[in-house]
Design a binder for this molecule. Structure first.
Ligand code: ATP
Length: 235
């Protein structure tokens, strides 16, 4: 579905990605893990055209994404849940969700999808009229995911959904990611929480200072000694 080949991205003299190759097959959960500054966010930015590729290629369903404008990504079925949630604080939960469907005209389907989101996130339903800025961190993350789903993505990309959340909430978010995946959405998940991400991932890649150093299935990487030492806090 999504193929990245030999992708290089630089910010001035800083080489953030030094020729990465990564494949997301339709129907899979793929995770990209790595430490701070490894280049994870840059990868997502390059996919949606917010960071400029110096060389390499990105194709999505056979289309060259490097020639697509960022504003067309959602229409192509690619939606990004950005790091730090970025909900519209002064708007209600419902208004935030409706913004996720901004380009759609199928009013009836939008209503159905709203019900679907409320089923996935009962807490959001309880808080329909609440200002998004007054939600807890976990609820804001749920809202950011719900808003992304309102665009009916084929490929949902998430940038560190567990960042800054308590362990119980992280568990809830990951259960929801699994549920969304079960309902047919392909997922590319960027995480520092390697343990949680590898547990749900079909395929996983480790990014270290702009280079993919290890790849395998989620369960293979969970058993890998180097990963255990460097990312899972085991020795
Ligand atoms: P984090 O989890 O901290 O967000 P990350 O793995 O997502 O880390 P990136 O944000 O992709 O890492 O950053 C990769 C490298 O590129 C880092 O060295 C970072 O300092 C640099 N970088 C990122 N954005 C910019 C920018 N706009 N200008 C200059 N350098 C940047």
């Amino acid at each position: 579905m999504l193929k990245i080949e030999n992708l290089c991205v630089a910010y001035g003299y800083v080489e953030a990605l030094k020729g990465i190759t990564l494949n997301v097959e339709e129907g899979k959960i793929v995770t990209l893990i790595g430490a701070n500054g490894a280049g994870k966010s840059t990868t997502l930015k390059a996919i949606v055209g917010l960071a400029k590729a110096k060389s390499g290629s990105i194709t999505y369903q056979g289309k060259n994404l490097l020639q697509e404008e960022t504003k067309n990504m959602v229409r192509n079925g690619i939606t990004l849940v950005p790091e730090g949630r970025r909900v519209f604080s002064n708007l209600s939960v419902l208004e935030n969700l409706k913004i996720g469907a901004f380009y759609r005209k199928d009013t009836k389907k939008i209503e159905e999808d709203l019900e679907w989101i409320y089923e996935l996130f009962p807490k959001l339903k309880e808080r329909t009229w609440q200002q998004a800025g007054t939600l807890s961190g976990g609820e804001q993350q749920m809202l950011a995911v719900g808003r992304a789903l309102m665009s009916r993505p084929k490929l949902l990309m998430m940038d560190e959904p567990s960042l800054g959340l308590a362990p119980l909430i992280v568990k809830e978010i990951f259960n929801i990611i699994k549920e969304i995946h079960k309902q047919g959405v392909t997922i590319l998940l960027i995480e520092q929480n390697a343990n949680a991400a590898l547990k749900i991932a079909d395929e996983a890649y480790v990014l270290e200072t702009g280079t993919i150093t290890i790849k395998g299935t989620g369960s293979e990487l969970l058993k890998d000694d180097e990963i255990k030492k460097a990312y899972l806090g085991e020795s």
